[in-house]
Design a protein around this ligand. Sequence first.
Ligand SMILES: NC(=O)c1ccc[n+]([C@@H]2O[C@H](COP(=O)([O-])OP(=O)(O)OC[C@H]3O[C@@H](n4cnc5c(N)ncnc54)[C@H](O)[C@@H]3O)[C@@H](O)[C@H]2O)c1
Length: 257
Amino acid sequence: MRVKGDEFMFEGSVVVVTGAASGIGKQTAIEFARQGAKVVVGDIDEEGGTAVVAGLTSKGHDAAFVRTDLTSEAECENLMAAAAGNFGRVDVLVNNAGIEISTPLHEMPVAEWDKLLDTNLKSMFLCSKYALHQMIEAKSGVIVNVCSVSGLVAWPGIAAYNTTKGGVMMLTKSLAADYAKYNIRANCVCPSIIDTPMTDTSVGNDAAVKEQKAKLNPIGRLGTPEDVANAILFLASDKSSFVTGAALTVDGGYTAI
Ligand SMILES: NC(=O)c1ccc[n+]([C@@H]2O[C@H](COP(=O)([O-])OP(=O)(O)OC[C@H]3O[C@@H](n4cnc5c(N)ncnc54)[C@H](O)[C@@H]3O)[C@@H](O)[C@H]2O)c1
């Protein structure tokens, strides 16, 4: 239920969402735009990212796509510069992009480990680094990182992925500790299984398997991209102005039991 009066909570704000060509990031970009934000989509998927932005601009929202390989420092720097170039500044950064690789550790090639760490963790450091340059100068800003329940507990079979999310958790707390003095907050969301293209790849697109996975959550269903987007918007908004360094589980109760 949308709370009356909360529409346009981000009117005029400039929000960068990484990995917004698909899944959680895409829905997050849509929700921010609906609430008045100017949205910058940074993603390696040019076709998907362009389509998301076209969908937003066709509805009268301000949005821009910047093709970005988030494992590259130069491209992350360019993403933040492009956001400022298009819309003047960066108010909110949502570090969302991520991948999952489930090779067991004893069989994992170093190249796979590096790819996971670079995509899921280094990218969040790099985007934060260049967003912070602008936020420190503005003495204002919010960073929301998309972590996972696997940053809190070890999800079986995806050790390297869990490790990246443990890193995201501590990156979030460290950002909160070091940048509060500049009026910059940092928090993360920790989803359990969310019904996105990533899950279609990792869990499979079989309804019976998904139903079985859904039973792991006391609420008894998988999460939706909207569930996560709503939590991200709360953490990015002034309604959470005394919340920093927090990890908000969006997991249907998965970690409560
Ligand atoms: N789906 C889940 O069950 C789930 C659960 C917990 C946490 N998460 C986290 O949520 C985030 C989003 O996941 P999702 O399920 O929406 O996935 P998704 O696969 O639907 O979307 C991920 C996006 O990231 C982009 N991306 C990947 N590598 C990139 C790179 N190097 N540079 C730029 N963009 C890149 C992809 O192109 C894609 O658009 C991830 O961080 C994931 O770890 C997902």
